[in-house]
Design a protein around this ligand. Structure first.
Ligand SMILES: [Zn+2]
Length: 108
């Protein structure tokens, strides 16, 4: 997990707000996830306030995929935290996949 975090930081993603956790095998085939509670418009957080981001086995396959997966979740997180997001809804999978594609395209 520290390797994934270091790769994300190397690629310009500030991960200090994330509690990165290994999720094991994904129950639904995702590479990663954040848990969103629509009723109170909150993201799952750890005891210290950081947002919990789970990386599943497929998301940890290699550094490039890990960085793309973290970029994907960061997009979801930003959408929920955006003060101009009146509805508080999380952005779509398509919207979150674009930054993941860019992160993997320009991976270093
Ligand atoms: Zn997603």
């Amino acid at each position: 997990m520290e390797q994934a975090r270091a790769a994300a930081e190397r690629n310009g993603i500030d991960t200090r707000m994330f509690d990165l956790r290994e999720g094991g095998a994904s129950p639904v085939g995702d590479k990663s996830s954040v848990k969103y509670f629509p009723a109170d418009r909150q993201l799952e957080r750890s005891a210290d306030g950081r947002i919990v981001v789970r990386l599943y086995d497929t998301g940890l396959a290699n550094e490039r995929t890990a960085v793309g997966s973290i970029a994907h979740e960061l997009s979801h997180i930003r959408s929920v935290l955006d003060p101009e997001n009146i509805t508080g809804e999380m952005n779509s999978e398509d919207d979150a996949e674009l930054p993941a594609l860019y992160a993997e395209e320009y991976f270093k």
